[in-house]
Design a protein around this ligand. Structure first.
Ligand SMILES: [Zn+2]
Ligand SMILES: [Zn+2]
Length: 364
């Protein structure tokens, strides 16, 4: 099977035969190229096969990865014609690292700001901003904190993406490379969610250890009533550690690279969703899914609901707490109570981290 990513040597070889490169691009398959009447099939086949290929990559390095997929698209449409000089080969390590840094930062900013804005304007209940523990200028502060941390988090993340691009992961390109076909893809999706859910639970609990908490995780708990923009507002070490399970999974387990990309977008959506203040979880799933109501209690009460998608590990680890919002004791209930007592005006209460209205707070 022909690699979707031609090496520099292969491209040089192709460029020496114009008709061949045109056909390669239009058909995307060397075997169909050779049907052109200008070049008898056997001649073109031999031309393709005799192109000298420099031994710059091992077999594993040509397997591809999710970031390889993204790099290919960026190279083809933007980077090769408009950004990098033609003399800089696409497979050069420095060029790949620079490209990965740019793409990772752009991708993170677009996902965070784009999906965060959609959630903020269309899902987040703005009534929550009247809660006594919603800080002054909180949304702006969340965005500023996240946008400062994300570039720092991208540095070690790019090191892992680079290892992927160089072929050290178990990512594969085609469904037929999965031992169980489509069933294998479905199972890898389930195992990705279970693996990352378990890992994040224990990393998150570790970050709450009294010797660690103030160093890295405390900034994420400044937001007692989070908005969707709190979702990525982590200290860089905290953000990287909690993101690590997503990145190491494909180094241990086979995973289709397009599925990996889809899961990566999904985990960003999920992370935003558990901070969006929409406490609804469909019926029986309330007991199983770690939703926004569960995670809000984590922000408010610290020692409960460390999980990401499921309540499984909180139940096993003895840290499950049924969400107060689902028992009539949540943030909305407090807002309604204070409004009924005339203790809350129509405008946002300016508390700046203090509690001027006698609302019980649990401090870390
Ligand atoms: Zn926490
Ligand atoms: Zn959170």
């Amino acid at each position: 099977m022909m690699s979707s990513r031609l090496s520099g040597a292969q491209r040089e070889g192709c460029l020496s035969a114009d008709i061949l490169i045109v056909c390669l691009r239009s058909e995307g398959d060397a075997s169909t190229v050779c049907e052109t009447p200008l070049f008898p099939k056997h001649q073109l086949v031999s031309k393709v096969e005799t192109v000298p290929v420099e031994p710059t990559q091992t077999n594993s390095q040509t397997q591809g990865s999710t970031m390889d997929l993204v790099l290919n698209v960026a190279d083809h449409y933007v980077l090769t014609p408009y950004v990098y000089p033609a003399s800089w080969p696409e497979d050069g390590a420095l060029r790949q690292i620079v490209s990965l840094l740019v793409l990772t930062n752009l991708g993170a900013a677009v996902l965070y700001l784009g999906l965060g804005a959609i959630s903020y304007f269309f899902i987040f209940d703005h009534t929550l901003m009247k809660h006594p523990q919603f800080l002054q200028n909180q949304v702006r502060r969340e965005i500023k904190y996240a946008m400062t941390s994300l570039p720092v988090i991208s540095l070690p993340t790019v090191a892992l993406f680079f290892a992927e691009v160089r072929g050290f992961s178990k990512l594969y390109d085609n469904v037929d490379e999965s031992p169980l076909g489509w069933t294998g893809l479905f199972l890898s999706m389930i195992s990705f969610l279970l693996f990352t859910d378990g890992c994040i639970y224990w990393i998150h609990r570790f970050l709450h250890h009294k010797l660690i908490y103030k160093l890295f995780h405390k900034p994420h708990h400044i937001w007692k009533i989070p908005s969707p923009f709190a979702s990525h507002a982590f200290h860089p070490v905290d953000g990287f550690m909690q993101g690590l399970p997503y990145h190491i999974y494909p180094f241990f387990f086979p995973l289709h690279k397009v599925l990996y990309l889809a899961l990566y977008v999904f985990v960003n959506i999920w992370t935003i969703s558990i901070h969006d203040g929409d406490y609804r979880v469909p019926g029986a799933l309330t007991e199983v899914i770690n939703g926004s109501a569960h995670h809000t209690d984590h922000h408010l009460f610290f020692d409960y609901n460390y999980g990401q998608y499921f309540t499984l590990w909180d139940r096993l680890g003895g840290s499950y707490r049924h969400p107060s919002a689902l028992m009539g004791k949540g943030p909305h209930d407090l807002i309604r109570k204070l409004q009924a007592e005339g203790k809350l005006g129509g405008d946002r209460v300016k508390v700046n981290g203090h509690n001027p209205r006698g609302v019980p707070l649990k401090e870390e």
